[in-house]
Design a protein around this ligand. Structure first.
Ligand SMILES: Cc1ncc(COP(=O)(O)O)c(C=O)c1O
Length: 416
């Protein structure tokens, strides 16, 4: 959560005061948010759900993915990208990321086989995937594109918002996202029928409240309906998002300007697609080696992308042990329809991604950082770079006080 205050408290209190916590026939906050956020993204429909994981699974179900299908996903993303493929009965195919920390379009094209039906570009850490390349590959090979924009609220690519470029986009509004209501998520889609199927996947009883469209047969699914408390908070958060992203982009520009000369030492700004329209809550640097990165973060507490636990395929136990569902008969890895899908996962399979991730360092920005905070960050990046890459002695370093890294968000093991 980056900013929340009295407006959110008032909006939630009103919902409670009015006894209007249920979205259908009682309250209007979820409907209002869906219409406003669809407009913000530039899509026709947005369907709220209880989480980003559920939104992704609903998107996969809505587009018709299932047993017999392979879905290409990146080696670096939150594990729900992978488990949502399994929830639809399909098989995830993991490919490398490139130095942008997002899916490598060459790796996508190289991985396409006879069973491949979809690709999931993930705008990881708020940084854009190379969507032009991915959409071109998808068109050539007739792949469905599901944009995992769970970390991409407020960001975009070459003038279009994340989640509005592929065939369908999924978002998360959990506590760590740019816009939050504690938990929550949703799906952005233009096609009317897909929107109806998405709503059914999110809430199988949806048609009961909204009327049945005879062109779209309902199907069974788990319920993940959003509440009016969520809709009310998101309506306030949506008013804040552009100001907040603007403040973080301005901070990023200042930090990059203030540290630009350090590339002489080997501290390089991480390559980004559509760099000025990101919604990242950090500035990223690529160091020459993993050892340099780990010494850097010891001097200036910051985060190594490869050390954030659940965000790298080596931590996705459900895939590594082929446990794709609770019941063995529902486990996509056991399904005869998936017999010809590629499904061998090893911890070494995307070594290039691991090598890149282990030498990428992320320095947190925050919309409430003061000019002094930003000057301190620039100073500390310079100190860490000079010690690690320039031979300066640590006892000569002038480190300033800095805000602590959010250990929970980045899954950092706190050393005793
Ligand atoms: C890239 C990505 N995909 C999917 C999700 C799942 O979202 P949620 O935590 O709301 O289920 C997240 C959440 O962290 C995410 O970062």
């Amino acid at each position: 959560m980056y900013a929340a205050g009295q407006e959110e408290i008032d909006a939630i209190a009103n919902v409670i005061r009015n006894h209007a916590l249920f979205r259908y026939g009682v309250g209007g906050e979820c409907d209002r948010f869906e219409a406003r956020y669809a407009r913000y993204l530039g899509v026709k429909h947005f369907a709220l759900a209880a989480s980003g994981s559920n939104a992704l699974a609903a998107a996969m179900t809505a587009v018709g993915l299932g047993p017999g299908d392979e879905v290409i996903i990146p080696a670096h993303t939150y594990m729900a990208t992978a488990t949502s493929v399994l929830a639809a009965g399909a098989i995830p195919l993991i490919v490398d990321v490139d130095e942008t920390l997002t899916i490598d379009p060459d790796a996508v094209e190289a991985a396409i086989g006879p069973r491949t039906r979809a690709v999931v570009p993930v705008h990881m850490w708020g940084a854009a995937c190379n969507m032009n390349a991915i959409m071109k590959i998808a068109e050539k090979h007739k792949l469905i594109v599901i944009e995992d924009s769970c970390q991409g609220v407020g960001g975009g690519y070459e003038g279009r918002k994340f989640g509005s470029i592929g065939h369908v986009g999924a978002f998360s509004f959990n506590y760590y996202k740019n816009m939050t209501c504690g938990e929550g998520g949703g799906v952005a889609v233009n096609d009317d029928k897909l929107a109806e199927r998405t709503r059914c996947a999110i809430d199988p009883c949806h048609f009961y409240w909204h009327g049945r469209n005879d062109e779209v047969k309902p199907f069974a699914g788990n319920g993940a309906r959003a509440s009016e408390l969520m809709g009310a908070m998101l309506n306030v958060q949506l008013d804040r998002i552009d100001g907040m992203i603007g403040a973080m982009r301005a901070e990023k520009r200042k930090i990059l300007e203030g540290t630009g000369s350090l590339d002489n030492l080997g501290l390089r700004r991480t390559k980004m697609n559509s760099a000025d329209s990101d919604c990242a809550t950090q500035v990223m640097y690529t160091l020459p080696t993993a050892d340099a990165a780990s010494r850097f973060v010891k001097i200036f507490p910051s985060v190594i992308a490869g050390k954030t636990g659940r965000h790298t395929y080596t931590e996705w136990d459900q895939l590594l042990i082929q446990s794709g569902a609770a019941h063995p008969a529902m486990n996509p890895f056991n399904m005869p329809a998936n017999a010809e899908c590629r499904k061998v996962y090893t911890k070494e399979m995307c070594a290039r991604s691991l090598e890149i991730l282990d030498r990428t360092v992320m320095v947190a920005t925050h919309p409430q950082h003061s000019a002094d905070d930003i000057a301190g960050i620039i100073n500390n990046i310079g100190v860490a770079a000079r010690v690690v890459l320039g031979g300066m002695k640590l006892d000569e370093a002038d480190l300033r006080r800095a805000a602590p890294v959010d250990a929970q968000k980045f899954d950092l093991k706190v050393e005793a």
